[in-house]
Design a protein around this ligand. Structure first.
Ligand code: ASP
Ligand code: MG
Length: 443
């Protein structure tokens, strides 16, 4: 069984939904995971914010603003009066449900119920379309099997058990359609896997059923070797290992939610990134195996803050780093990069919610410098024991860029370099010139 996930843009209009319907209509068992129509979840967030502020008229207006797009989609999607009617009834039902929250007291735990509406509508609309076109399919309610635990982490054992039960009800069905993003919490309340979570759903389902492959369909043709917003002529990377993909996803390649591939990775299920607009393009295949030892891609992560702690107490001492890390732990602030010398340690963070308290506590150890607006340039590849002089190539390319920190050797897949945010574009271009263009000439 395969798992195919289509994002918001891929189901963003009747036309796009028809394109998805074509792509999923082939023999073989598959589960199709859909996001909400693009922009819908953002809009639903605004509705919940208005309701939380008790601005019920404003919320009702926002709900009314969302409806025409759904009516238009129904009008354009279905060919027959029968299905236009069915589609309109569905939309009416969902919008009445949304409106019901403006007529009553709104409690914060109803927020997630509202946010679930986008995926519930998009999947039902597409499933009706399959029905209208006589393609047998079943709508699987994600709320019957997707679940997070008390920590907010997906409960794979539960998902596995309940998804299998759902599937067993339809032994002869080949095409299942289900909602991305939405789930229940341990109390059975509607919840979600956080914004962009549909990829996560797909990977979790893939893991739960040991699918042959998880396909993530978006509107770009895979993970690129560099950031196309800053660098001309980037190209999709044909194959990546899970570790390489995770580094790239985390460090800025927006195409994939970083945590989302973990479940698939754990069960060795290949993940393929494909483009709905260009279905014949090969995209990027992410799997256990890595192809070749080379520099494969660079990505940048902005809004990094660097904290430098200088302390004579660090000299020949042990336990010092632990005390430093404990400060960050207390404020639940993840550290991205770290470098140390005998008397100083520099580290970077990207969430500054508690920076004030963190700095105050760190000042107990020594002098603390904080500098915001830094960028991590992450160079990803298979740098097996630095056999081939990759770092020389990288630093040669970046020779005109002032470098603040370097992290190498943490994993064999990543070299991270911290620079000032102002130099980001220049760094990405320089790496393109010095690493990828040279490779291209060589090939
Ligand atoms: N609809 C959700 C969002 O916009 C989930 C997703 O699209 O992945 O965040
Ligand atoms: Mg998305």
């Amino acid at each position: 069984m395969e798992v195919l996930k289509f994002g918001g843009t891929s189901v963003g209009s009747a036309e796009r939904m028809k394109a998805v319907a074509k792509l999923i209509n082939y023999p073989g068992k598959k589960i199709v995971v859909l996001s909400a129509m693009s922009g819908t979840t953002d809009h639903l967030v605004k509705i919940t914010q208005a309701l939380l502020k008790k601005e019920n008229n404003n919320a009702a207006q926002l709900i009314a603003d969302l409806e025409p797009r759904y009516r238009k989609t129904v009008q354009e999607l279905y060919a027959t009066e029968e299905y236009k009617k069915k589609g309109n009834e569905l939309i009416t039902e969902h919008f009445n449900f949304l409106l019901s929250f403006t007529q009553d007291m709104f409690t914060p735990n109803e927020e997630k119920t509202i946010l679930a509406e986008g995926e519930l509508m998009s999947t039902a609309l597409v499933q009706f379309y399959m029905e209208e076109n006589k393609v047998p399919s079943v709508l699987l309610p994600a709320l019957n099997f997707m679940r997070i635990d008390k920590e907010g982490e997906p409960d794979l054992a539960y998902i596995e058990e309940h998804l299998k039960k759902e599937l067993a009800k339809y032994p002869h069905t080949e095409l299942f359609i289900t909602q991305g993003y939405i789930c229940r919490n341990p109390f059975g309340q509607v919840d979600n896997l956080k914004r962009g979570g549909s990829d996560y759903t797909a990977s979790l389902i893939g893991a739960a059923i040991y699918s042959t492959e998880v396909q993530i369909w978006t509107d770009i043709d895979g993970m690129h070797n560099n950031d196309p917003r800053y660098v001309p002529k980037t190209y999709p990377i044909a194959e990546l290992s899970f570790d390489e993909a995770a580094e790239l996803a985390y460090f800025g390649a927006k195409i994939l939610h970083p945590a989302c591939i973990l479940p698939a990775q754990k069960r060795h299920i290949p993940v393929r990134l494909l483009n709905t607009m260009q279905p014949e393009a090969k995209g990027t295949l992410i799997s256990d195996s890595s192809q070749g030892h080379d520099i494969k891609a660079v990505a940048a992560k902005d809004n990094i803050t660097v904290i430098k702690i200088k302390s004579a107490r660090m000299l020949m001492a042990y336990g010092f780093l632990r005390s430093v890390f404990e400060v960050f732990e207390r404020y639940k602030t993840p550290i991205d990069m770290i470098t140390t010398s005998e008397v100083a340690v520099s580290l970077t963070i990207d969430t500054t919610d508690h920076i004030k308290q963190i700095v105050e506590e760190l000042e107990n150890f020594g002098t603390v410098d904080v500098e915001p607006n830094q960028t991590i340039i992450c160079i990803v590849g298979d740098f097996l024991a630095e056999k081939h002089g990759y770092s020389v190539k990288i630093f040669d390319a970046m020779k005109d860029i002032p470098i603040r920190m370097i992290s190498y050797g943490g994993s064999k897949n990543n070299i991270s370099v911290l620079i000032s945010g102002d130099h980001k574009k220049a760094a990405l271009l320089a790496l393109n010139e010095g690493v990828f263009m040279k490779n291209a000439v060589k090939n």
